[in-house]
Design a protein. Sequence first.
Length: 582
Amino acid sequence: MGALLSGIYKNNITPWRRVVSSELRWLNAYPDSVRWDAPLPQRSVDALLAEAVAAYAERPALDFLGSKLSYAELDQLIQRAACGLQRLGVGPGVHVGLYLPNCPHYFISFFAVLRAGGTVVNYSPLDAERTLAHKIEDSQTDIMVTLDLAAFYPKMAALLTSSRLRALVVGQLTEFNTAVEPAVAAQLGPSAEVTYGTDCQRFTALLDNHGELKAHPLDDPKTVLAVLQYTGGTTGLPKGAMLTHGNISSSCAQLREILASYLQPGQERVLAVLPPFHIYALMINMVFSLHLGAEIYLHPRFDAETVLREIDRNRITTFPGVPTMFIGLLAHPLTAELDLTSLKMCNSGGAPLPLDVQQRYQQVAGCALREGWGMTETTTTGTFTPKDAEPHPGSCGLPVPGCRIRILPLDGSDRELAPGERGEVCISGPNITAGYWKRADASAEAMTADGFLRTGDVGYMDADGWVYIVDRTKDMILCSGYNVYPRVIEEAIYEHPAVEEVSVIGIDDPYRGQAPKAFIKLKAGAEAFDFATLQAFLESRLGKHERLAAMEIREALPKTPVGKLSKKELVDEERQRSQACA
């Protein structure tokens, strides 16, 4: 560790088993195979792909429902798409949106935008139209890449005429597999009629060139923006976390270091079902897996039977997922019938993993299900669980290489708390966001004076450096790995003419982990409505991930002494109700 740790070690026994000061106490628990001071080079994201293309040109990179693209073929498509984007005006400072499911179009477009010199802005198909419109204006997105599916194209066609968007690029799933499985088509829905013209072109037209590209070398990967990744806010308006090329490349290096004992370059087969607009999937399933030279099996949606048969048939070695996916697999009878022994690593992220699920999955699948913690602002990596570590129930692991974690008091002071004391989890490292797009105020509020990100998560670190997340300071619900902000739901419910007051909290959900429940007070004289009526009212106002699980109409809602709506009593009531039913 060189000068960085000089004076920290208190004796001269074997590295990683030395007694260290409390500042880096997690080093005592680090496995011999992982270096906390590993090199974490910050470079262009495209350079990560270029290394894999040079080493594994003829190896399959993508398998899209049985149709394969080699690394060389993928690179050629990216080159041509980048040229096509430059012809549309993409270059430094130009932001291109990706409104896509898990498909080859996403992989090609992502790297093509960066190769053309632009910046990627990710858009979630789960978002309501008003949220999409806000992100387009806020991020200054000029061009949007999407599909001709009815679930995608119509929203973007409408926004083309009502927002700053000036061009659409529209692909078809059959462009990379002429025999798309009927089951997948049924999941994603039918195609829409597309109006092509000067402001809307086919994805194939983007590729109709010889790849004559104007190169845009990066001045400084640490500062050049690669991705705007939107994350929700308690004000109801999502804000864009700025992820630089350096953030992404250093996060990739962290993943490579902690997974080196599991995975071999050029030999892995990764099953990718997570949506690529989510930072977890973007990094694990795409950037890291491509850099590793893996063969990535793409599925646009998660289906338990399809996943199990894919693992069995194609000897999948790696399956990253979220807790709801592993719960779904455990509930499926094929889990016990098919051969899952090819799995070397399964990782759960996006939401806390129930210990029971972790233990049962290892018994049934024969593969350890590991957990880590991270967030959009940490470019997905924050903590990890070493391969052969003894179980630490409730812990999300140790700080990843190059990162420091401190637990600070919830009052905003900077006095580091002692082991076991609960406070706000704060983290620093080369993978931490450069800040929030056009939100200097939010950026300053999120950082400590010495450069640690205030995550909004409440937790503690034990004496050996294991981190435990126990609560959140932010008003947020984690639904199936997605951040859901009650304020957004409340504002939508307030649009109902009968509603006077509303409080939304998260309640336990056996499948989603948490789900939103609304407590509503009606206006005097207003006619009461049922849950189905409210759901219909909110359908166009909320994203699919934000939909309510329950509703309760009350004569009055709890308030603080100064008259502010209080959720504490509602949370306590639901907790007691849940315990009584257990």
